[in-house]
Ligand binder design. Structure first.
Ligand SMILES: O=C(O)c1ccccc1NCC(=O)[C@H](O)[C@H](O)COP(=O)(O)O
Length: 231
């Protein structure tokens, strides 16, 4: 069966950005609730932007090691379909958040080298979806949205129980290759569709989604060829 690639545009912080992502046909809209990010939205903004998105795409609330009070306030403001946990949340914390708030969880896992792949097994049973992002090379107070890619070949042959999104340094110029190389079920982008940190560019958003959609067929074809060659 042909499954369409999930496309998430993250870090939407203005009405025009939401409109651009919706118009382009994104499946998931990411709103960052983390005050060290240039894409941070206030509770009030989150409510307004979420309402603007309507029901055509799923709202994703991104937080980093947020406590329950912060999560409760942000969930009440945005009413998200997914929570994206982008910090050092343990598998136990992920399970507790899921149970407490009744919202599906996407757990971000930083990938820098093959040792990081061990993290995947720790979260595969407790999260609803996984997201593989570049692990920052040096300590930073911003664990994502940094615009750098990791070595996609690390994901070759990856088997997970849950769907996953490829993130980190994607843009319209490399998303097709990324999909073909990794066979990712979905992609996530932020910096690569911006004109400045936190400012989405509607043409880049449209181009990214169009190229990702066009690559779906090519990725499917590559997969079929690989399967046929292995027979
Ligand atoms: O976007 C941020 O500023 C951010 C801050 C803290 C944690 C995560 C953050 N973004 C995470 C995302 O979902 C990004 O889309 C993902 O990391 C890819 O980002 P990019 O490499 O800029 O496309």
């Amino acid at each position: 069966m042909f499954m369409s690639t999930l496309i998430k545009i993250c870090g939407l912080a203005a009405p025009e950005a939401v409109d651009a992502a919706m118009k382009a046909g994104a499946d998931l809209l990411g709103f960052v609730f983390f005050d060290k990010s240039p894409r941070h939205v206030s509770l009030e903004q989150a409510g307004r932007l979420g309402a603007r998105a309507g029901s055509g795409a799923a709202r994703v609330l991104l937080t980093v090691d947020a406590d329950d009070a912060l999560l409760a306030a942000a969930i009440a403001a945005l009413d998200p379909q997914f929570l994206q946990l982008h910090g050092g949340e343990t598998p136990e914390r992920v399970a507790a958040i899921r149970a407490c708030f009744g919202v599906k969880v996407i757990k971000a896992i930083g990938i820098g080298d093959s040792a990081d792949l061990a993290e995947i097994g720790r979260y595969d049973d407790v999260a609803d979806m996984l997201l593989f992002d570049s692990r920052p090379k040096a300590p930073t107070d911003r664990p994502g949205g940094n615009g750098g890619a990791f070595d996609w070949s690390l994901l070759r042959g990856l088997k997970t129980k849950k769907p996953w999104l490829l993130a980190g340094g994607l843009n319209a110029g490399n998303v097709a290759q990324a999909l073909i190389e990794t066979g990712a079920p979905g992609v996530d982008v932020s910096s690569g569709v911006e004109s400045a940190p936190g400012v989405k560019d509607k043409d880049k958003v449209a181009d990214f989604v169009a190229r990702a959609r066009a690559a779906e067929i090519a990725a499917l074809w590559e997969k079929r060829r690989g399967t046929a060659a292995a027979r």
